[in-house]
Write a protein that binds this ligand. Structure first.
Ligand code: NDP
Length: 248
């Protein structure tokens, strides 16, 4: 992204943007940041109380009234995604942005002793759910004058590392999903599709992956927001199929 990129205050004015995993960590901060830049955000997550807290914070900050959509991506069915798409169609008639942010860390252990159940759950939340949500909302994204899909990757989704198991493999798959979709939509659609690696960030997931770290040695999610804004807003129009890093 351009050096020292600074988003206009009204970058996302009037846009409808869905954020998964919006109740905590990077997703929460991104949802609040998008709302602060004018978007109406659709908050998707599995813990209703957390989503409600984000909803209240956005309203208190003077943002547009968000929409809440509680959904557990580990167990959601195709019908759940269709219900979500129908509700969005009914309420907004389109979708301008989709941030696939929800993620599950899973087990940190050698593949030799990885559990099949934990493997499947990570793949379900990190990969399959992103596919199903994308498929269900593509017609709505096609209705937007220009739309952006952001997939959340990781350093271990670009170079595998010992003991990162299903999480690393799921992030490689996420990059694949991004590339296939971007290639399919290039030239025929106004939807752009990119992946974004936040880099080490002070959230519950990072603290659980690295219990020995001093949490504040890593930046807070707010520090990543220029890249999250750039890729979501019109300043990145025409950029598709690329892998980005939020921390350089
Ligand atoms: P957190 O664990 O802090 O937040 C993850 C969010 O995803 C939570 O809101 C969580 O909901 C939600 N979520 C998890 N499982 C489900 C599910 N089954 N259904 C619905 N929502 C779910 O993680 P981060 O904010 O750190 O991570 C955000 C993204 O960034 C992830 O994709 C992660 O892989 C990626 N990332 C993070 C890095 C970091 O250093 N933090 C580095 C590289 C990548 P709930 O709060 O209810 O549990």
């Amino acid at each position: 992204i351009p050096a020292a990129y600074q988003a206009a205050a009204d970058l996302l004015a009037g846009k409808i943007i869905l954020v998964t995993g919006a109740g905590d960590g990077i997703g929460r901060v991104a949802a609040e940041c998008y709302a602060a830049h004018g978007a109406t955000v659709v908050l998707l997550g599995r813990t209703v109380a957390k989503l409600e807290a984000v909803y209240d914070a956005i309203e208190a900050a003077g943002g547009a009234q968000p929409a809440l959509f509680p959904l557990d991506l580990a167990t959601a069915t195709e019908e759940d995604y269709n219900t979500l798409a129908a509700a969005l169609e009914q309420t907004f008639g389109r979708l301008d942005g989709l941030l696939h942010n929800a993620g599950l860390l899973g087990e940190r252990r050698p593949l030799a002793s990885a559990s099949a159940k934990a493997w499947n759950e990570v793949m379900q939340v990190n990969v399959n759910a992103a596919f199903l949500l994308t498929r269900a909302t593509l017609p709505l994204l096609e209705q937007a004058p220009e739309a952006s899909i952001i997939f959340t990757s990781s350093g271990v989704g670009r170079r595998g590392r010992a003991y990162w198991g299903a999480y690393a493999v799921s992030k490689f798959a996420t990059e694949g999903l991004m590339q296939v979709l971007a290639d399919e939509l290039e030239n025929t659609s106004r939807i752009r599709v990119n992946s974004l690696n936040p880099g080490a960030t002070n959230t519950a997931m990072r603290r659980s992956a690295y219990p020995g770290e001093t949490p504040t040695d890593n930046p807070d999610p707010a520090a990543l927001m220029p890249t999250y804004l750039y890729l979501m807003g019109a300043d990145s129009t025409g950029i598709t199929g690329q892998a980005f890093d939020a921390q350089g």
